[in-house]
Write a protein that binds this ligand. Structure first.
Ligand code: ZN
Length: 603
């Protein structure tokens, strides 16, 4: 007997980057079945209109062609038929990101959102997918990695896979290629990592470290009832960084040189960054995949879906990602506070934090955060980084005000119990309500200021009460991300107030800070920098050149705008102290040391 919804997918033409997808509906709607491609993928809040990659589409039933009517940008309707209806489509796949689909002679990767149409009215029905191999001579040594349930016993193989409904079907990205696979257990649950790319990695160490991170996260909120497997899909190209969370897996991109080789022992900055990424996506299996904003319950994949809670789901996840590294002992306190210093620096360098609050940043993610223009730094605040700092401030405040009785961990556990385990979805005021009811603290002023205000967060006094000193200094160079003291380096002392880019080797203005010398001198995004004070100025020599000048020096600055040479006078100003680093205070009383250890774990 046939299944109600049978999909198949084949990497049919790797050279032309075309997947062939078919879908047979056993009981099509009597009035004419409607099919829809998603406009967006959960976890990435931007309209992507995946239907635009459908190159051809046709329908047939009982051996005869069935007319298809295009209803709008994402939907088609087939003429009424009485027998099972089959849709066949070709989909172009050359988006090499965790949100897309990609097919070439080296591998195939896809998210269901990119290739599988939904059957309107039958979204709740279970689906089967036949994952087929590419035609010869492609893919001789390819294997299949996905968290979707295989019907057969063979692992990492072509064949039939199964999902309970359409939402689940599109929540299992699939990688087909030459894979290095490592396996490990977390609380008895089988976990695996499948790595694609020419990578010589110490798989034993990698699995050990991933296990440590996952076990730490599992301690916080406990094992979800339906978590019976988990898979990290990792693409390891020369450059890149990204991740997308799913319920039983995550898709990651990370530059191969950051992964540990056989002889490596230390945790390099890049590897620490990788572990933070893994930790982040794994934490999402609770926070946003199972516990969601009520607005996402269920997802409407046809249009933008707004919530003021993105900071709870991305910011708090960003807080717990690095925190799990220090709590599990993978990194020490100093390494952790260096990361916090970098996050603070990133926020302090964004003037937009005084213009946009974090609730509005969440709400407008679709059109602002995901569609940043040259003015973004001046106009918007990042709900990941500022959200992480709000989580940090809230955690420390709860610990101090409750005299160590409660922490953000207790708030998250109660949120998980109420909105995650029940699948109810978190109402817009849910997080703040739970924070107050769990701790018994009056947090209204805190949330008004932190979430709906645009002032600075009270991090300095809160960190001090945990034995951490907060310091600010000037930036040493355009590559200085903060987190560390200046040591021997000296800052230029003056600044122009621009960020520079180097398209095709030219130095151009990427953005201009409001109120900066560059803005007062009339510089605009896109200007090609030619010279400062008669000497060639580039992104590479800018920091060194500026060291030769002092505050209030007036200089000629020459740029090309639309290939027209413009010369303007620029008056240099003192560089802002917007680079943060944190230091563990040496001599602290035992109460403070205890509080610090309760937060970060003992060293
Ligand atoms: Zn995230």
């Amino acid at each position: 007997m046939s299944h109600p919804l049978e999909y198949s997918i084949c990497p049919k033409d790797p050279g032309a980057h075309l997947f062939e997808v078919s879908l047979t509906v056993a009981e099509p709607a009597p009035g004419g079945q409607v099919f829809a491609m998603p406009a967006w993928i959960p976890g990435s809040y931007m309209i992507r209109d995946y239907a635009k990659h459908v190159v051809s589409i046709r329908a047939e039933s009982d051996g005869l062609d069935v007319p298809l009517d295009k209803l709008d940008k994402s939907r088609w309707q087939a003429a009424p038929v009485e027998k099972p209806l089959t849709l066949v489509l070709e989909v172009f796949a050359h988006d090499h990101s965790v949100r897309g689909a990609h097919l070439d002679s080296t591998h195939a990767f896809f998210n269901g959102t990119c290739v599988f149409p939904a059957v309107e009215g039958q979204e709740e029905r279970s689906c089967r997918v036949d994952v087929r191999p590419p035609p010869e001579p492609h893919g001789k040594d390819w294997r299949v990695a996905t968290s979707m349930r295989a019907l057969g016993d063979e692992q990492y193989a072509y064949g039939i896979y199964e999902a309970d409904d359409y939402a689940e079907l599109i929540d299992h990205p699939v990688e087909i290629g030459k894979l290095a696979i490592g396996e490990f257990d977390v609380e008895g649950i089988p976990h695996a990592i499948a790595i694609r790319g020419s990578v010589r990695v110490d798989m034993g160490r990698l699995c050990h470290d991933l296990q440590t991170v996952c076990e730490q996260q599992m301690k916080l909120l406990g094992k979800p009832a339906d978590l019976d497997r988990y898979l990290f899909l990792l693409d390891a190209p020369a450059k890149g960084r990204g991740g997308l969370e799913h319920r039983w897996s995550s898709a990651l991109v990370f530059a191969r040189d950051g992964l540990p080789a056989k002889k490596d022992q230390a945790i390099t900055d890049d590897y620490r960054d990788f572990l933070g990424l893994v930790s982040h996506e794994y934490f999402h299996l609770w926070n946003v995949k199972r516990m969601k904003p009520a607005a996402f319950t269920p997802y409407d994949l046809s249009t933008e879906t707004h919530t003021r809670l993105m900071w709870v789901f991305e910011g708090i996840t960003s807080y717990y990602d690095d925190l799990a590294l220090v709590r599990s002992g993978l990194i020490g306190h100093d390494s952790y506070i260096e990361l916090v210093g970098q996050t603070i620096t990133g926020v302090l360098r964004t003037g937009g934090r005084h213009r946009q609050n974090i609730a509005d940043s969440s709400f407008d993610a679709w059109t602002k955060f995901y569609k940043q223009d040259a003015n973004a730094r001046n106009a918007i605040v990042n709900y990941y980084t500022k959200g992480a700092l709000i989580a940090l401030a809230l955690d420390l405040k709860i610990r101090v005000d409750s005299r160590g009785e409660y922490s953000l961990d207790d708030v998250m556990r109660e949120c998980w119990r109420r909105f995650g385990e029940t699948g109810e979805g978190m109402p817009e005021d849910g997080f703040e309500d739970v924070s107050k009811s769990v701790t018994g603290l009056d947090l209204d002023d805190f949330f008004d200021a932190a979430v709906r205000g645009t002032g600075e967060l009270p991090l300095e006094p809160l960190l001090k009460q945990h034995g951490i000193e907060y310091h600010l200094r000037q930036s040493l160079s355009s590559t200085d991300r903060g987190g560390k003291p200046a040591n021997d380096g000296s800052a230029p002392g003056v600044w122009l107030g621009v960020t520079l880019a180097t398209p095709s080797g030219r130095t151009t203005v990427a953005s201009v800070a409001n109120g900066s010398p560059a803005e007062l001198a009339g510089l605009a995004p896109g200007d090609e920098i030619v010279a400062l004070d008669g000497l060639k100025l580039t992104k590479a020599n800018c920091d060194k050149r500026l060291k030769r000048y002092r505050v209030n020096d007036r200089l000629d600055l020459t740029v090309f705008r639309n290939e027209e040479l413009l010369t303007t006078r620029i008056k240099l100003a003192e560089a802002p102290c917007n680079t943060c680093y944190l230091v563990q205070a040496g001599d602290v009383d035992s109460a403070i040391a205890e509080r610090r250890d309760a937060w970060l774990g003992p060293e």
